[in-house]
Design a protein around this ligand. Structure first.
Ligand SMILES: [Zn+2]
Length: 311
């Protein structure tokens, strides 16, 4: 046996073994490619509204969506902050099967935080957050899903929504300067059928990913939480999607703005980054690429695609 033949045989045996694993056989989401999309986002720099990096990222998202989706809606508007700053913001909506009556919506925020406001952070708080996890991870999953949807169109309609301005202001003292994009979308939804439910992916790249049902999601759309966590268990990801209601965080995030207009929205989020309650990396300059993995994106992307194919 020549070395190259041996290598080829080993590869095909590996492929055979992989195909016997039902989760892998069904796998159409590519976590490695998704991780590349995460790296690409970080290459723009800090995606803070009002900066050139933010505009460059918006243009890239727009091009990525147009290259994959059946139709793309870009919502651009001006937002004046509590401190009087004028921001240009952009939501990007990538639509698959735009005329389908039965639809599901997935969303993630693509902006990153301008300041390191983690209360336990002792460094320079004026530093922006790189957002490898808080921002880039959810977007990477949605873009990986867009690849899979382009390869094989679902029977149902799927909308992938990239929202801007989630993480700009202070969540307590400047409520109008956070969740800006999801609030704008909620007030300016495209005409036609509304989604059956919506799933937000936020902070889903943590190398020690543990996803516990989030409190506002359990209150506002418990049946969607049940659907997602049950399906995750069925495809072999019950070790990450841990079905322990009451043990997860309760967060003010984009799911709340969609719930306010009657969308059954939930937040899939790992707020222990790396461990609760310290969350050493969250909203600090340490939210960097070494803290996130392709495997975590793979798990979340698998569940996203399983939801799409279930319809
Ligand atoms: Zn954040």
């Amino acid at each position: 046996m020549t070395p190259s033949f041996r290598a080829a045989l080993a590869t095909s045996l590996l492929a055979l073994a992989a195909c016997r694993d039902p989760a892998h056989a069904a796998r159409e989401f590519d976590g490695t490619t998704a991780f590349g999309y995460l790296e690409r986002q970080l290459s723009f720099g800090f995606r803070v509204p009002g900066t050139p990096a933010h505009e460059a990222m918006a243009a890239w998202l727009d091009s990525m969506a147009r290259a994959r989706a059946d139709s793309v809606v870009v919502q651009s508007w001006s937002h004046t902050t509590a401190r009087g700053k004028l921001l240009q913001l952009h939501n990007v909506l990538a639509r698959f099967n735009p005329s389908a009556a039965e639809r599901v919506l997935f969303l993630a925020h693509w902006d990153t935080r301008p300041v390191s406001s983690n209360p336990s952070y002792k460094g320079d708080r004026s530093q922006p957050v790189p957002g490898a996890n808080d921002g880039a991870s959810g977007v990477a999953v949605l873009l990986g899903m867009a690849d899979a949807l382009q390869r094989s169109l679902p029977g149902a309609g799927v909308d992938l929504l990239f929202v801007d301005g989630e993480d700009y202001g202070d969540f307590d003292s400047e409520p109008n300067d956070v969740l800006i994009g999801s609030r704008y979308y909620a007030a300016n939804q495209p005409s036609g059928p509304r989604p059956l439910y919506a799933v937000l992916f936020d902070m889903v790249g943590d190398r020690d990913l543990k996803l516990l049902p989030e409190g506002q999601s359990l209150l506002g759309a418990p049946e969607v939480v049940d659907l997602v966590w049950t399906l995750a268990r069925e495809i072999g990801h019950g070790d990450v999607f841990i079905d322990a209601p009451g043990r997860g965080p309760t967060l003010t995030d984009d799911q709340v703005e969609l719930q306010k207009v009657g969308i059954r929205a939930i937040d899939v989020v790992d707020f222990a980054y790396p461990t609760a309650p310290s969350n050493l990396y969250w909203h600090t300059p340490d939210d960097t690429i070494d803290k996130v993995t392709a495997h975590s994106l793979q798990v979340v992307g698998d569940v996203g695609m399983a939801l799409v194919r279930k319809r």
